[in-house]
Design a protein around this ligand. Structure first.
Ligand SMILES: Nc1ncnc2c1ncn2[C@@H]1O[C@H](COP(=O)(O)OP(=O)(O)OP(=O)(O)O)[C@@H](O)[C@H]1O
Length: 507
């Protein structure tokens, strides 16, 4: 047991050292992929030390801009948690010490002192940069300072906007007149998925003399509106990444592979087989695809786990904690796992289905290379979809092309089709997954790139082992899905025009 603890501690200290020195070298293994690897020619780029620059960007909405001077301390001297001595309780410092954290990350160093002083604050920092502690330490301190006792009732509530509003409006004895602090984490996502009205009502209902904190890794325009509503007249704006060249973390190596639609599964199969000793997350666009590929891979003896929104919460939690504790393994998932999950030591993020937009891409790849560690991300694109890399570039995400070594790709299409067509259970699952994929494609945000009229359904069917793809009625479904999801149009064709066009075409 002692040995195990020592090993864990050594591993942790090594990580911490990396975090402190921000070493820039890339993992040899990922740079020089072995010759029998199905993907090769990986490039990488170096970026500057994110901790050197203590200046901040101009804010668009009248916030106080924090600079090195207004923070009132030198970066190097105030970055140690021990510098919080006197302003946070001994117990909190002890808990931080117990976690073996010595140095604050940049967002922590810039946010915690301001929040402890009672300022309202909007903080933006990359995925895995320690935003949780940036707001949690001040929140805990607020509770400590108010001499809160367990007998006083509940002190922290973690909730989605819908559930919180429901309680605020309908739950008897849900006393909220003493609420002192409102934290909105993943604020942009809350707005993206259509919780704007709920958020407005929550903000209106809660006492005005509260402290508000808004945190996220990516921003959206709507956040400015919510900020105006949520904050008192002045708030502190901290955006530690606004002047960085890359929106993703330094330790991340990102590649994309252009792959014909009908060959995507074969490449994925080969990739997972070669990397079965790594810890990987593979993202799909639909729950049904995760379900099908989970059944398929486990059937062909490539053990995988699955996580998606149609599972019961208990199943999701069990899988999540199993994957957290695993040293290696493959997790197939939807975007339910794209944000906020802190899973240690993930080596690869594979995006088999491209994300809905660059922001989702950033959050997905943010599940690796966290807290100063390194990681890799692979994005699958078909030839029609290469334009997505330009959208990524616009959002400061640079992905390098990767050539597929076709001689290494397992040619198992015939076996796949035989397996699916002779197994009724897999067949039914494949059909559902196929239909869900096509519907999801039809409702993609970046529809000028992910254009369903260019999708060859026979080729899509191949990825699901279906020699003959089933019929998919997109007419009514596309309307429904458009109502349910936020739609954006990046290109020259706007959503309304496209909708009209699709209806004429009978989709
Ligand atoms: N000061 C620190 N030193 C070392 N590790 C830290 C420090 N602060 C946080 N961490 C660790 O870094 C990891 C990422 O932190 P956290 O989950 O808060 O990131 P985040 O910015 O909220 O990411 P995301 O935007 O993806 O949700 C966690 O494992 C956390 O324990």
């Amino acid at each position: 047991m002692k040995e195990e603890n020592k090993r864990k501690m050594d591993k942790f200290n090594k990580k911490k050292l990396k975090l402190l020195s921000r070493e820039k070298c890339r993992d040899e293994e990922t740079q020089n992929l072995s010759s029998d690897y199905p993907l090769n020619n990986m490039n990488h780029s170096e970026t500057e030390d994110p901790l050197n620059d203590m200046n901040h960007c101009e804010t668009e909405i009248g916030a106080t801009v924090v600079t090195k001077d207004t923070l009132g301390f030198e970066a190097e001297t105030r970055r140690f948690f021990s510098s919080l001595k006197g302003s946070v309780s001994e117990n909190t410092l002890k808990a931080i010490e117990d976690m073996n954290f010595e140095t604050m990350t940049e967002i922590q160093a810039k946010s915690i002192p301001k929040l402890l002083e009672g300022h309202e604050l909007r903080g933006t920092a990359k995925t895995g940069s320690g935003k949780t502690l940036a707001f949690l330490i001040p929140v805990i301190e607020m509770i400590v300072r108010s001499n809160f006792k367990p007998s006083n009732g509940i002190n922290i509530i973690v909730a989605t906007p819908g559930r919180l509003l429901d309680h605020l409006q309908n739950t008897k004895y849900f006393v909220y007149k003493n609420v002192r602090c409102l934290v909105m984490d993943e604020a942009d996502k809350i707005l993206d998925v259509g919780f704007e009205e709920e958020l407005r009502q929550i903000i209106r209902l809660l006492p005005k003399n509260r402290q508000t904190m808004l945190f996220s890794a990516t921003k959206s325009d709507k956040m400015n509106e919510i900020a105006k509503l949520a904050f008192r007249s002045k708030f502190v704006e901290i955006d530690v990444d606004c002047d960085k060249e890359q929106a993703t973390t330094d330790g991340l190596t990102q590649i994309y592979a252009v792959c014909p639609m009908e060959k995507r599964f074969l490449v994925l199969y080969t990739f997972l087989k070669k990397n079965r000793n790594k810890k990987m997350m593979v993202f799909f666009s639909t729950c049904m695809a995760v379900k099908f590929y989970n059944e398929l891979f486990n059937f062909v003896d490539i053990p995988v786990k699955s996580l998606h929104g149609r599972q019961k919460q208990t199943k999701r939690s069990t899988t999540f904690f199993e994957f957290i504790n695993a040293e290696k393994g493959i997790l197939l998932c939807t975007d339910v796992a794209a944000r906020g999950l802190d899973i240690p030591d993930v080596d690869w993020i594979v995006q088999y289905d491209p994300p809905d937009d660059p922001k989702d891409y950033i959050h997905r790849v943010g599940r690796t290379a966290r807290a100063g560690n390194k990681g890799n991300a692979l994005l699958f694109l078909s030839e029609n979809e290469i334009g997505f890399t330009l959208y990524l570039k616009k959002k400061k995400v640079n992905v390098d092309p990767m050539e597929i070594n076709w001689s290494k790709v397992a040619n198992i299409q015939a076996q796949l089709e035989k397996l699916v067509t002779t197994n009724p259970y897999l067949m039914s699952s494949a059909k559902e997954a196929f239909k869900a994929y096509v519907r999801s494609y039809n409702s993609h945000s970046s529809r000028d790139i992910f254009d369903i009229s260019k999708l060859d359904l026979n080729k899509v069917g191949k990825c699901f082992g279906l020699p003959v793809p089933p019929y998919v009625d997109l007419g009514t479904i596309s309307v429904k899905s458009r109502d349910n999801r936020k739609r954006k149009s990046y290109g020259p064709v706007n959503a309304k025009q496209l909708k009209a066009k699709r209806f004429k075409k009978g989709f």
